[in-house]
Design a binder for this molecule. Structure first.
Ligand code: SF4
Ligand code: SF4
Length: 412
């Protein structure tokens, strides 16, 4: 089937759109149109699986494997994936060009091309226009469908205001070079709220949401802020690097006993599919098998049933048990001074166990996204938490250890 036939068939299928049974989406209606499930954003259909371009396939020399990337893009498009998310600095600055090369043969109106303004790199106001024009050239397009102010944290938000990024991007919208404007957020819920309040024309927000970050990195709070502001949410890091695709042996057994054919990654995506207001979930698919597994999950995408939710919770608890600190996130250890014990331990465990994603810098930035009052150094060693912990953890001593390691990493 060629592309035109595919689009025609998709449209025919869309005319009889099938609503997913048990689906909880409210702000948009996901439906199937002959490929992966899509959701409505304004007047367009966006695939709920977004093609993330931060981890494109590479060859033995570590360079982008353009031939394989083009094949994967073709397979993605034929499967109904129509959201491609790159950024100025991805793949050492080469992702935008590689994606421009891969996408230029397709009808420009048939897919959404997304990139981001690297506000962390700005040194003067003129940089904004220079970089934007460079991006159009690299991506070989006249416009971007979705455009984000990239990686907003305190520093990058200051740069955004200082260099008048938003007025410039508004101008680009007026000139038809951007269709929809949003931002990606990497800081506290408080800053997220500030950014949303500052500008009332944001059209979407990109957040890190997954089962591991939901409680520990205040993911749920961020999600609720976006929902309250009625901003559709693009999910980044749905697998927490690939931690949620590589659960430990006990967790894997629980999931496989229940459904031998489902990958751990598919459980993570289906958990997200149970949340309202998700526009798309970005997945960096380095290998064709990742893409195939995701296509399988997102074709007739179904949120976890209640029974599956319980199984998934059990598997995540089993995964957490083998971590550096044996904390199960039960949160019985309420701290009178407000130290976020479970959150800190979970972050530390991810940093220690996650062989794929977080690393030193990730740990530092996530730790610093906690309120200062919640951090380990605020522990006054009253010992109350120890008496409540079913795992009999020496919580004050463990907090001291995490604090010491954090300070060493910061100083290193
Ligand atoms: S020992 Fe520290 S963490 Fe535990 S309850 Fe007391 S202040 Fe909170
Ligand atoms: S009570 Fe113990 S196991 Fe439960 S969250 Fe607190 S530290 Fe973790």
């Amino acid at each position: 089937m060629d592309r035109r036939e595919f689009i025609k068939n998709s449209l025919l299928a869309a005319s009889g759109a099938i609503l997913l049974s048990g689906c909880t989406f409210k702000t948009s209606s996901p439906h199937v149109k002959g490929g992966v499930t899509t959701t409505k954003f304004k007047n367009i259909d966006v695939s709920m699986l977004g093609f993330g371009c931060m981890r494109l396939p590479v060859n033995a020399k570590g360079e982008i494997d353009d031939a394989l990337n083009k094949k994967m893009v073709q397979r993605a498009i034929e499967s109904g994936i129509n959201y491609f998310d790159t950024a100025y600095m991805y793949m050492g600055g080469k992702s935008e060009k590689a994606m421009g090369d891969a996408l230029k043969k397709y009808d420009r109106a048939s897919f959404n091309f997304t990139t981001k303004m690297p506000v962390m790199m700005l040194e003067k106001e003129e940089d904004v226009e220079r970089i934007f024009n460079e991006q159009l050239k690299r991506c070989q397009t006249d416009y971007f469908d979705f455009y984000l102010v990239h990686c907003l944290n305190k520093h990058n938000w200051e740069n955004t205001k200082k260099y008048n990024v938003i007025p410039f991007l508004e101008k680009m919208k007026k000139e038809g070079k951007i269709k929809y404007l949003g931002f990606s957020h990497h800081d506290t819920p408080e800053l997220l709220q500030e950014i949303i309040d500052y500008y009332d024309k944001w059209e979407f927000v990109q957040l890190q949401i997954n089962k591991l970050d939901w409680k520990t990195c205040r993911g749920e709070e961020q999600y609720n802020i976006a929902r309250k502001a009625k901003l559709p949410i693009i999910v980044m890091e749905p697998l927490r690097g690939s931690a949620l695709a590589n659960l430990n042996a006990d967790a894997t057994k629980i999931l496989k006993d229940y459904n031998p054919n489902a990958s751990a990654a598919s459980w993570a995506f289906r958990w997200l599919a149970g949340l309202d207001g998700i526009l798309t979930m970005l997945s960096g698919m380095t290998l064709p098998e990742h893409l195939e597994d995701n296509i399988k999950t997102f074709t007739n995408l179904k949120p976890l049933s209640e029974e599956e939710q319980k199984i998934y919770d059990k598997a995540i608890q089993a995964h957490l048990k083998t971590q550096a600190i044996g904390c199960t996130s039960c949160r019985y250890c309420e701290c009178p001074v407000g130290v976020n014990i479970a959150g800190i331990f979970s972050l530390y465990n991810q940093y220690k166990q996650d062989n794929t994603g977080m690393g030193k810098n990730g740990f530092i930035s996530h730790y610093e996204a906690l309120r200062e009052s919640e951090r380990a150094d605020k522990c006054i060693k009253c010992g109350l938490c120890k008496t409540k912990c079913p795992q009999k953890l020496n919580i004050p001593a463990l907090l001291e250890k995490v604090d010491k390691e954090y300070k060493q990493l910061k100083g290193a």
